[in-house]
Design a protein around this ligand. Sequence first.
Ligand SMILES: C[S@@+](CC[C@H](N)C(=O)[O-])C[C@H]1O[C@@H](n2cnc3c(N)ncnc32)[C@H](O)[C@@H]1O
Length: 338
Amino acid sequence: MSQEHPGPEGPGEILRLTMAFYGSRALISAVELDLFSALARGPMTSAQVCAAVGVHPRGATDFLDALVSLGLLDREGDRYHNSPAADRYLDRRKPGYVGGYAHLADAMLFPVWANLTEALRTGKAQVPSEGGFFDGYGDDQATRSFLGAMDAVNGGVAHRLATGFDWRRYSSFVDLGGARGNLAATLIRHHPDLEAICFDLPQLEPFFTEHQAALGAAPSPRFVAGDFFTDPLPPADVFIVGHVLHYFDLQQRQRLLARILEAVRPGGAVLVYDRMIDDERRVRTLSLLGSLNMLLTSPGGREYTPSECRTWLLEAGFTRIAVQDVGPPDTLVLGYKK
Ligand SMILES: C[S@@+](CC[C@H](N)C(=O)[O-])C[C@H]1O[C@@H](n2cnc3c(N)ncnc32)[C@H](O)[C@@H]1O
């Protein structure tokens, strides 16, 4: 199979790839400055932007015009406004906000990616805590930033799961490693008769309570605190496991899937979603690079292909495995319990 991208043909494209992080960093800084929320209130000149978000005039016009060229802003005369996509997804006040991932990139991923060579040499994660990322829940601000990043991605998956899976046959689900219950809340907004549990580490319970209050949604999922490797899992018809398996090594994934099989009621299902790599391991650049992100941030994780996931589900005892696209960038693998 050929690659989706033919690859660079000359030095210009190689240099463009070398400097691709310039654009990424410009977007991240714009989110950090909350520029898009400011411009959502109305168009501004460069000087007005400087005053509104606290930018020095020296770089301001180049910064704004670079964002125009990236398709994130537009300019009419000397006034800048958000592009339609930036207005919908990067204005902090709108429900579709995905800027949470940029905050995480700013606080954690950018510094960590600077150590990629070291991680490749040693095979070791480059986050400060030895236990990996989830040991870092001590700092509330960092935790909120992480949870906002998760919600930026799981919001889209939640809508696709709500409409693309036949929930009529089921009455309950557990979102395992469900963070602050963003996906669970979306699912029961669409299917209010479902009994919903968000299962996560006890440190996340206050953030769950805070987020559910902010969503103001009724009904709300219930939070069950625990460690999914050691504590009893609440029984349910469906278990959702999203952006969880990729963090752990193979043995841990197998152990978790075996525990889920026990907890799923007969006739029930497991739904695994992750930023999976294509089976040929050629095309999904973001997933392949995402796997390096797991090298950098977890003790034993990596991204995986739908075929690998199918094998683990069959080995655990699930049947009728199916694969669905719920991205970009996520893929869903479903299995059923007899
Ligand atoms: C990357 S987040 C994914 C959150 C959410 N499922 C999503 O798709 O956005 C992984 C979640 O697993 C939780 N988690 C990690 N280890 C856990 C454990 N041993 N027991 C319970 N939850 C755990 C983390 O606290 C975090 O909320």
